[in-house]
Design a protein around this ligand. Structure first.
Ligand SMILES: Nc1ncnc2c1ncn2[C@@H]1O[C@H](COP(=O)(O)OP(=O)(O)OP(=O)(O)O)[C@@H](O)[C@H]1O
Length: 357
């Protein structure tokens, strides 16, 4: 397995790009550590497939270099990059048995039969498909076909990286959680460098140790699931991750203070920089009801199982709070508190408060 470095990467599908908007990837500098479990997370069109195709060699970037263990592979074709890929839809041979499907990537590279038998058995055990080994692949359910496809991606132990491109698309919703946690377990056992591409936050947060969040061709944050939740570096991350997402509220900034709907709001720390468009960010989990605080009126209460989501209007602005236990009634006059250590100012989308020491 290898460390993968993307250095000053930019890509445009246009022959003569003029501005940042002409680039599908704007400026990417990333190090994927050897043996890491990464997710590439972002909405449709943010550039995930473009980045994946650049790593696999299907696409040559307009600018920048790709290094595998410090070796420049930018101009190498896919077959010389030694990468395993698992796609949205199963890639298996229907006429072959499961055993032969799993053995195929190894036979193709001339691995001896004893080693193939051993490796196929290991992978079959990890995926819990031992009893299917002699079944013809055409007889499998779509879920099992995709499981075998994953097995084919994992069977070689000499690849630089295993890339999963939205691999759970065809999986039945009730089986998704099972395969999600299976993949995590597989990573812990094989310790390969893995990149998992998805637009689904649950899949990304379950699988990855480090999540790379992309928006409009840019990486907006790289962090552990906890870091992305606790301190979003960009309002997009706050909004995209979490259910419901972070409250992003209008704010007036003056003399180092933030005022929301006429009230001064305590922030996590000092404000950095100046000018630009400012917003306040606070996750619904850190909004509470109290005797005193911002005056608000409850607009809607939704019971979502383990907790409720209360929507309250502060003036003309809607603020969401996640509440466990008793909830106020719709129409009730309430007071809201924002936990200062979780209240941040954002400037032009990017975090603009420092953590108080
Ligand atoms: N072959 C192409 N030619 C021109 N533009 C393209 C091409 N492929 C992608 N794009 C554009 O590049 C941008 C990034 O697309 P990309 O497919 O990489 O995003 P994505 O995050 O993978 O989205 P999805 O999940 O829908 O595949 C989009 O604006 C898209 O329209």
């Amino acid at each position: 397995m290898a460390k993968i470095t993307l250095s000053n990467l930019r890509h445009s599908y246009m022959p003569n790009p003029t501005g940042p908007d002409d680039y599908a990837l704007k400026e990417i500098d990333l190090d994927w550590q050897d043996g890491g479990a990464y997710a590439l997370l972002g909405p449709s069109g943010c550039g995930k497939s473009t980045l994946l195709n650049i790593i696999s060699g299907l696409l040559v970037p307009s600018e920048g270099r790709i290094l595998f263990d410090d070796r420049d592979v930018t101009d190498l074709p896919p077959d010389q990059r030694n990468i395993a890929q698992v796609f949205q839809f199963p890639v298996i041979y229907d006429t072959m048995t499961v055993r032969n499907n799993l053995a195929f990537p190894l036979r193709n590279r001339g691995v001896d039969e004893a080693r193939i038998a051993q490796r196929v058995a290991e992978i079959a055990t990890m995926l819990e498909v031992e009893e299917m080994l002699d079944v013809r692949a055409s007889h499998l359910s779509p879920d099992n076909k995709q499981k075998i496809s994953m097995g084919r991606g994992l069977v070689r132990d000499d690849v630089n990286v295993v890339m999963f491109d939205e691999p759970l698309t065809v999986i039945d919703p009730h089986l998704k959680w099972k395969l999600r946690s299976k993949l995590k377990e597989l990573h812990q056992r094989v310790r390969a460098t893995m990149i998992y591409v998805t637009h689904d936050q649950t899949e990304a947060l379950t699988f990855a140790d480090q999540v790379v969040v992309m928006q409009e061709g840019e990486v907006v944050q790289i962090g552990t699931p906890v870091e992305l939740f606790e301190r979003p570096q960009h309002t997009f991350v706050g909004h995209f991750i979490g259910s419901p997402g972070m409250n992003v509220l209008p704010v007036v900034e003056a003399d180092g203070r933030a005022t929301f709907e006429g009230e001064t709001v305590a922030l996590e720390g000092n404000i950095k920089g100046q000018g630009g468009r400012t917003e306040l960010g606070i996750r619904p989990e850190f909004v509470t009801f109290a005797e005193k605080g911002l005056e608000a009126r409850v607009r809607k209460v939704s019971d979502v199982g383990r907790h409720s989501v209360v929507e309250a209007m502060v003036g003309d602005t809607r603020v969401k709070a996640v509440v466990e236990g008793d909830v106020p009634e719709q129409g009730a006059a309430v007071h809201l508190n924002f936990a200062p250590e979780h209240t941040r100012l954002y400037r032009d989308g990017w975090i603009a408060t420092e953590v108080s020491s």
